[in-house]
Ligand binder design. Structure first.
Ligand SMILES: *Cc1c(COP(=O)(O)O)cnc(C)c1O
Length: 371
């Protein structure tokens, strides 16, 4: 039976393949972790994290403490779950994180002090990561605070166990930009002056900059989910995400008729229009109006007219009725329609497209690890 709702079909075996592929690039000296923030880029964090755990992944990066606690119970005790937002200023949440063994990524000295006080209050060491900003000027400890940390490391880290020194690249997906080398060098320089602990710099694209960038742990996200980490080259990753939608209805149209809100599309000659059960509320964003292309039964069908909240209209004039019919399934992402190409057509990036997939889109899992 065709699905009644749009579905995102997540291929867990290709996810695992991508995980292993990245490990092959770095070699054994570097461990591959996973960014599973924002519900694992919209794909369902519990299932994605569990599948990655089965593939050997032991280091997971969530954004918020809530995201971290959501996946923590699904993973073995040998997994480490980091929260990039460290909950400082919220003592109860910090205490809960410590109790659950979630590792906060501490971003500035005042937060470090809060964690130190908590460790002293509960009378045991707390594991933390520290984000050292090397040039993105967003989240992370600024250089002046890094100097203080270096000078007073023993006192400032009292009661704390640094599990990871990390930094984050601003321009990782742009190869040949000086900022990347500058950040790598700055990171290596500050590490040399700090107490020894594992270090992590790379997101997905960062891994492709080569050995000097790898350090001990990498934190890929988008590449695991099949996005292209090397935009200037063919995508080396396997496809993980497929977005499909049922066709609700087929309409015959004739010259001069308009399709959709605002009558932005005028039919040029006799033809057929398929209406999909998918709209911008599902994450098929409105800027794809007149620009998107879907696949129905192996045929290309361009989006015509405006994408509305729950519906999208596509031209199926050239497609045989045996392929394009009410109840047929349209592939919106996948089967040769890459997330990167859809994102580019929409004027955005694959990350925004995936994390924007709506709650109405059913998450379905294939390729092993089904539970
Ligand atoms: C999101 C994120 C990542 C993963 O980035 P990708 O580009 O998806 O690989 C890694 N590190 C940090 C700090 C992040 O916020």
């Amino acid at each position: 039976m065709p699905p009644r709702n749009p579905q995102v079909v997540v291929d867990l075996s290709n996810l695992a393949w991508n995980y292993r592929f990245l490990g092959g690039l770095t070699g054994a000296e570097t461990t591959i972790g996973a960014a599973v923030k924002a519900n694992a880029y919209g794909l369902g964090d519990k299932r994605v994290a569990a599948a990655l755990y089965s593939a050997g992944c032991r280091n997971f990066f969530a954004a918020t403490p809530d995201e971290a606690s959501n996946i923590r119970p699904n993973l073995g005790d040998d997994a480490t779950v980091f929260a990039l937002h460290d909950a400082c200023g919220h003592p109860q949440d910090m205490e809960q994180m410590a109790a659950a063994g979630i590792v906060p990524v501490v971003n500035h000295l005042a937060a470090l002090e809060e964690w130190r006080r908590l460790a002293s209050k509960i009378g045991r060491r707390i594991r933390i990561a520290v984000h050292l900003d090397t040039g993105i000027n967003r989240l992370g400890m600024p250089p002046d605070e890094q100097e203080i940390l270096i000078a007073e490391a023993q006192g400032l880290l009292n009661g704390l166990e640094v599990r990871l020194w990390m930094s984050h690249l601003a321009c990782a997906d742009e190869f040949g930009r000086d900022e990347n080398d500058a950040q790598r060098d700055a990171f290596a320089a500050v590490l040399a002056r700090l107490p020894k602990a594992p270090a992590s710099l790379c997101n997905s694209s960062g891994i492709f900059h080569g050995k000097g960038f790898h350090f001990d742990l990498a934190r890929p996200g988008i590449a695991l989910y099949g996005g292209n980490p090397v935009p200037h080259m063919p995508n080396p990753m396997r496809e993980v995400v497929k977005l499909i939608s049922p066709v609700l209805q087929i309409r015959n149209v004739d010259t001069g008729m308009a399709v959709g809100y605002g009558a932005t599309h005028r039919v040029a000659s006799k033809g057929r229009v398929a209406t999909l059960a998918l709209g911008y509320a599902d994450g098929y964003i409105r800027s794809l109006s007149g620009l998107g292309v879907v696949n129905i039964g192996g045929f290309s069908a361009p989006v015509i007219g405006r994408i509305s909240m729950d519906l999208t209209t596509v031209d199926v004039t050239g497609i045989p009725e045996s392929a394009a019919y009410a109840g047929a399934v349209a592939t919106v992402i996948g089967d040769g329609i890459s997330i990167d190409s859809v994102a580019a057509a929409a004027g955005t990036i694959s990350y925004e497209l995936l994390t924007g997939l709506g709650t109405r889109v059913e998450r379905v899992y294939t390729g092993g690890g089904e539970q």
